[in-house]
Design a binder for this molecule. Structure first.
Ligand SMILES: Cc1ncc(COP(=O)(O)O)c(C=O)c1O
Length: 420
């Protein structure tokens, strides 16, 4: 990894912390990757890795799927930014709506962050209320209203997570505990008439992968209806991942608004938000809630997304990845029996938690040995396997992973754990 170290030294002179997103930073230095193909990524020193981070989720087809490559190449030749309405945007919206019937109308943006930020603004505008309820440890992008974690109480006024987030704004973010109905009831008891929306990932994916307990999503649906608040499912990770219609299809609970990103753009920079037409029509230019973007619906991004959705449908890739995810989860659970490690997840997303037994909320994940996970990540890299660089990030499996690769990975994890 000599070249990675050199590149990192140089990067630090020009980029803050040597990276463009803190999630990419880890000790002693990030491995600089050069290219990806199928289930593999290749670093600048010529090493190859089986990739289970998959760009933090989007690459469900694996890297550089030939159909996507060809179609995007062709599209670039016709110009890559027109700043006008284009037919492909409508086609993409139509295709997404076909899989997500709760999204009668949608808007395409550039990132998941933009999608959740705009969905929250829309919820506030539509309801005329200011407060947002989120869950402790839930991540919805790096914008002010959601960069708030809980205090020690189960339901509390938020305090900013980051300097620069105004306290006056953070106080409008109410935080409850994931999978804990009583904390949500308390939050609604205290603030119910002021809560514009509840925003949550329907499967926690940013503080370990934590599925909802039976009935929890249905409970959220009911309590938001009782208080005339909107329910936003942030399906930036789960959309086209836990099923083609996302977690809302898998768990049978319909939100008012949905946010998408990652797989929905096939790895091109995309975000989307959408929901019931009556709510969405409040968005500019139909309504007064303002949202705009130079690159929104960019033709190359749209073509990349459309090509990805075509392959997903043709190759049944979401189900295929889910089968492979299930295979790896089982293989790991067998290999790790008796060790201080627990595998939990849904379909092709899961966590390898370095603790005894399952986690149902943030406090449980806080009990994991994160230092040991960091060492495991480096040890796995030495064994040609690239796991997400943090215990909190989700492990992803693609449709391109092979059964033998998955079996070897499970064995390698078991051996590596013995050394860290
Ligand atoms: C659930 C969720 N929402 C929103 C975001 C933000 O998306 P982006 O990084 O595209 O801005 C992420 C990113 O990891 C995410 O996992």
């Amino acid at each position: 990894m000599d070249r990675s170290r050199e590149l990192f030294e140089e990067a630090q002179k020009h980029l803050v912390g040597g990276v463009n997103s803190p999630a990419r930073s880890y000790e002693p230095h990030p491995i600089f990757m050069e290219r990806g193909e199928g289930s593999k990524i290749y670093d600048v020193d010529g090493n190859e890795y089986v990739d289970y981070s998959l760009a933090f989720g989007p690459m469900i087809l694996g890297h550089a799927h030939p159909t996507v490559v060809e179609r995007v190449r062709e599209r670039v030749g016709d110009g890559w930014a027109l700043g006008t309405a284009t037919e492909g945007e409508t086609e993409l919206a139509r295709r997404v709506e076909g899989h997500f019937p709760s999204m009668d109308r949608l808007r395409i943006v550039n990132t998941g962050t933009e999608a959740t930020m705009s969905a929250i603004r829309l919820a506030r505008g539509y309801t005329g209320r200011d407060k947002v309820l989120k869950f402790n440890g839930g991540f919805h992008g790096a914008h002010d209203s959601v960069l708030v974690k809980a205090g020690s109480g189960a339901a509390t006024h938020g305090a900013p997570d980051s300097p620069g987030v105004p306290v006056d704004l953070a106080k409008h973010t109410v935080v409850a505990e994931w999978n804990d109905e009583s904390s949500v009831r308390r939050a609604f008891g205290e603030h119910g008439d002021d809560i514009a929306c509840v925003i949550t990932e329907p499967v926690f994916g940013n503080y370990g992968c934590i599925p909802p307990e039976d009935g929890f999503l249905k409970f959220l649906r009911e309590i938001t209806e009782d208080f005339w608040s909107l329910l936003i499912f942030d399906e930036v990770i789960t959309g086209f991942r836990v099923s083609t219609g996302g977690a809302q299809e898998r768990f049978g609970v319909t939100p008012d608004l949905t946010t998408l990103g990652k797989v929905a753009g096939g790895g091109f920079p995309v975000g989307m938000f959408g929901g019931r037409g009556e709510i969405m029509e409040d968005l500019s230019p139909s309504g007064d809630v303002y949202q705009a973007g130079t690159f929104s619906g960019n033709p190359v991004t749209v073509e990349g997304a459309l090509a990805t959705l075509d392959v997903l449908d043709e190759e049944n890739a979401v189900e295929l990845a889910a089968e492979k995810g299930g295979y790896l989860r089982n293989a790991l659970s067998e290999e790790l029996e008796g060790q201080e490690a627990h595998v939990q997840g849904v379909a092709s997303m899961f966590s390898l938690l370095l603790r005894d037994g399952p986690a149902v909320n943030k406090a449980d994940v806080d009990g994991c040995d994160t230092g040991r996970y960091d060492r495991l990540h480096l040890e796995m890299a030495k064994r040609d396997v690239y796991f997400p660089p943090s215990q909190y990030e989700t492990v992803f499996v693609s449709a391109a992973h092979g059964e033998e690769e998955l079996r070897e990975t499970a064995e390698a994890v078991s051996r590596a754990l013995g050394t860290v």
